[in-house]
Design a protein around this ligand. Structure first.
Ligand SMILES: Cc1cc2nc3c(=O)[nH]c(=O)nc-3n(C[C@H](O)[C@H](O)[C@H](O)COP(=O)(O)OP(=O)(O)OC[C@H]3O[C@@H](n4cnc5c(N)ncnc54)[C@H](O)[C@@H]3O)c2cc1C
Length: 374
């Protein structure tokens, strides 16, 4: 299907008070909106490095056949080709002026398997529970299908609107990767259209070199991924975390706090249970945003008790914010809270808009010059 790929903010350059600009600015409250625009990028560029620039032409792919047609067309006509999933590239590699865009977003079907065996691996690799996602899916599509609906776990990244194919091809690290490995480590199989326009299956038994290469070489290096199958895991029985903010009263005390925390991390948190982050602030604060899996409430609390006790023992050096602590609760209810219904609704609102747009314009592979192209 051919579409224009204008910048969603193009109208703001000429008429900042007009309805199209006001609409676009209002819509960016929805975290999925930009990723669902063919000319949108989630990153606003890097100063003196790159500036978002929509492609001159775009193909809205609906199948690996569409992707192959676009790859062949670009090769035969010597066009610069870019591929976009959800547009989160920090390096700006999913947009370029004067390019042909293959936009994957409409291919977002997700299918669960009880026992998946990669093609050609029968008798070599034991079947395992898995999930297959078309390459335009974003992580919330998988988290919703795998965890909310099927009560299982799949390792992805922290940001629900990042593209599945883009993250896997960059390796992909998430809050619980110390327990479950990188997202790419869970890849069982992919379908990928290579530069000769052929859709190939890559797994441990078929095209194993390609399979190895797409697990971290960077998006688009080896072809256009159209489908990925990832291993799923039993949902951990417990999820939880640690939270709070500690303010040091002097620079010396802050140095002592950081030293103590790093030793505490090495001894107690550098293991498969704990992930996420801390933040060190210029106002001598250490903020905790940690999560854990596989520990009961009492276990999670016990891990942090000595650290909080150490902080409380020196009130002249440190003050703890009112709300601090560590704990856990059973996996299912915790995930339901994490999968905020509003987030799923926002995703499906944009999803519905896209589906309507597709119905209005029937599927054809072709090209159309965008109004904003250079
Ligand atoms: C807000 C934010 C949060 C993030 N959180 C995490 C995180 O928790 N963990 C983590 O590991 N990373 C994280 N990242 C990094 C992210 O994983 C990478 O930027 C990833 O490449 C984005 O994929 P995308 O589809 O969203 O972006 P895009 O810009 O669409 O694609 C990224 C690259 O992959 C290529 N590509 C996309 N789809 C395909 C395809 N189907 N076939 C071939 N090439 C393709 C594009 O051409 C581009 O080069 C985050 C990035 C942002 C901006």
């Amino acid at each position: 299907m051919y579409i224009a790929a204008p910048s969603p903010f193009g109208a703001c350059a000429t008429d900042p008070k007009g309805a199209p600009c006001v609409d676009a600015l209002a819509n960016i409250q929805n975290p999925f909106y930009l990723g669902d625009q063919p000319g949108g990028t989630q990153v606003s560029g890097w100063l003196d490095a790159w500036t978002p620039a929509p492609s001159a032409y775009a193909v809205k792919a609906r199948s690996s056949g569409d992707v192959a047609a676009a790859v062949n067309f670009a090769r035969d006509n010597n066009l610069r080709l870019v591929v976009k999933g959800a547009g989160h590239s920090y390096q700006g590699t999913s947009n370029a002026p004067d390019s042909l865009l293959i936009w994957m977003r409409a291919m977002d079907k997700v299918t669960l398997h009880d026992a998946f065996t990669p093609q050609g691996c029968e008798g070599k690799i034991a079947p395992s529970p898995a999930v297959t996602a078309e390459a335009g899916a974003v992580w919330i599509d998988l988290y919703h299908a795998v965890t909310s609906e099927a009560g299982r776990y799949v390792q992805g990244g922290g940001c629900a609107d990042v593209g599945v194919a883009g993250l896997i091809q960059s390796g992909g690290f998430g809050s619980f990767s110390k327990g479950f490995g990188t997202a790419a480590a869970g890849l069982l199989e992919a379908e990928i259209v290579t530069a000769d326009g052929v859709a190939r299956i890559a797994n441990a038994c078929a095209n194993p070199d390609l399979f190895w290469a797409i697990k971290g070489g960077g998006g688009g290096s080896w072809g256009v991924v159209t489908r990925l199958t990832l291993r799923t895991h039993d949902l951990p029985a417990f999820f939880g975390g640690a939270w709070g903010a500690i303010k040091a009263q002097s620079d010396d005390a802050f140095r002592g706090l950081i030293t103590r925390f790093l030793a505490f991390y090495a001894d107690n948190l550098f293991n498969p249970h704990w992930g996420e982050q801390i933040a060190l602030g210029p106002d001598n604060t250490l903020k905790l945003f940690m999560v854990c899996q596989g520990l009961e409430n009492a276990q999670a609390g016990a891990v942090w008790l000595p650290f909080f006790d150490w902080v409380k023992a020196s009130p002249q050096d440190f003050s703890l914010s009112g709300s601090h602590g560590a704990g856990a609760e059973s996996g299912g209810p915790f995930c339901s809270k994490l999968m905020r219904p509003s987030l799923v609704q926002k995703r499906s609102r944009v999803h519905t808009l896209i589906a309507k747009r597709s119905l209005a314009a029937p599927l054809r592979v072709g090209f159309q010059r965008s109004g904003l192209s250079p």
